[in-house]
Design a protein around this ligand. Sequence first.
Ligand code: TXA
Ligand code: MG
Length: 318
Amino acid sequence: MAEIGTDILKAKALLENGELVAIPTETVYGLAGNALQPEAVAKIFKVKERPEFDPLIVHVPNFDHVQKYAAEIPAGAALLAKHFWPGPLTLLLKKKDIIPDLVTSGLDTVGLRCPDHALTRELLSSLGFPLAAPSANPFGYVSPTRPAHVNDQLGQKIPYILDGGPCGVGIESTIVGFEKNVPVVYRMGGLSVEAIESVVGKIILQAYSSSNPKTPGQLKSHYAPGHKVVIGKIEELLRRYPTQTCGLLTFQKNYHFPYQYVLSPSGTLEEAAQNLFTALREFDKMPIDIILSEPVPDQGLGRAINDRIRRAAATDTP
Ligand code: TXA
Ligand code: MG
């Protein structure tokens, strides 16, 4: 095996010392700490200013590790992991006692995920514990998909960012739990519902309920950027807001507007997902009053992208 890089060794030493490190994954950057050490987990909540009722995902190097942390593994979970791990899929499974209650906010399930990023998998394999990691942004803000995004907001608060370049998928993992062995999708994400159904058959989609959310990521306004966002047909929205300085967020069409972001010049949902959170962050730096956004095609990854745009546009806080 090739020698471990100095960047991974640095991350490893900090994590073994109970410190936090921002880690790259294929979805978004995570704010990682030792999942088995309550003091390290408490630091995550503190740095992120995240309420302790919102549980963390635990990252493992491969499926073999799941049995150490999960008390029950439904056949559907094993099948999904076999097909899609490493990858943008989080499985909610009954937890074993070794997982501290702080990680799961007292719930009896733990979210487990094996991320598809070479650096982070090497790091995970080199550690004697799994990593609890929420997205590496202050609570309630857009997730980071580049090291600079993490540095902008958390650079002063954490000792190290493991630089793995821009995230290849760009939106968070799909969260799947099981009720009476039937798969339930609680958060749409980087793995499409269609892909999941092709392996385990019909799923239940519970991603939109906003009252008393089982998964607090369901809070509608969770992805709020700095400006008001409205969704619709761009031409109609431009007529509705004639006096505002508008930023345009479009799928493929270029309106040659001073403030705009085309999510995918080549017209693919993969490219749109990669660019979405960078676009929302770019708008925050622009002198605009409002973001006018059109939905992307509502299929595959597009459903998760539209979900995030809708949440960015939501203003209610349940
Ligand atoms: O792609 C991702 O999932 C990224 C990367 C870093 O892995 N992580 C991420 O974490 O998005 P976070 O904390 O920003 O979002 C995780 C969501 C939260 O909404 C949390 O409420 C939910 O997962 N969650 C975690 N454990 C849960 C559990 N046991 N039951 C219900 N929801 C859970
Ligand atoms: Mg998050």
